[in-house]
Design a protein around this ligand. Structure first.
Ligand code: SME
Length: 171
């Protein structure tokens, strides 16, 4: 289910609007909530922030919480995307030995780095319930979202590193 260019443009404007109206961690939660409600194939949306060699979940939206609120860089699909500084798409999580299971009905996953210059400062992690839910159009769209949230991620990073628990974006 690709993200069509016209839908991408409209949704990026919505993300800009959220970021201009909401501040701090609440804005990241609202971006997660918006993305999940806007795209049917985004069943669980989370934003992890990098704290040295650990990824810490900052905000999320989905039917249930994940037990993986911290992930070492290099472990799981999330850790792989951070270590290799690239988007990782898993078409079928049952064929990915490194996959860290969160939800019984997840079948595919996309993880897109959030960068500050050349440094990975976080990532957007999305789970889907169908095999091959994600393609290059999701990568392009989510990379544009990642660019937009980068400044905010750097702003809230100290709170998350200090132990603030993940925020659930409403709904
Ligand atoms: N599946 C991820 C862990 C995070 S959950 O999807 C929320 C991974 O393998 O890194």
């Amino acid at each position: 289910m690709p993200v069509r260019p016209i839908q991408s443009t409209a949704s990026l404007l919505q993300v800009d609007s959220i970021l201009s109206h909401v501040t701090g961690l609440e804005a990241l939660g609202e971006v997660c909530r918006f993305l999940r409600h806007e795209f049917r194939h985004f069943r669980w949306v989370g934003i992890y922030l990098r704290d040295a060699e650990t990824l810490r979940l900052a905000a999320w939206s989905g039917p249930q919480a994940t037990e993986h609120v911290t992930i070492p860089v290099g472990q799981g699909i999330c850790g792989k995307a951070a270590r290799e500084d690239r988007t990782v798409v898993v078409d079928d999580v049952r064929s990915a030995p490194e996959y860290l299971a969160c939800f019984l009905d997840t079948r595919s996953e996309i993880v897109v780095p959030i960068r500050a210059g050349a440094t990975v400062v976080g990532e957007i992690d999305i789970d889907g319930n169908e095999v091959k839910a994600y393609d290059a159009s999701d990568d392009r769209f989510l990379t544009a979202v990642a660019q937009r949230v980068s400044a905010l991620v750097q702003q809230v990073q100290p709170e998350i590193a200090a132990g603030r628990p993940p925020l659930r974006g409403g709904g």
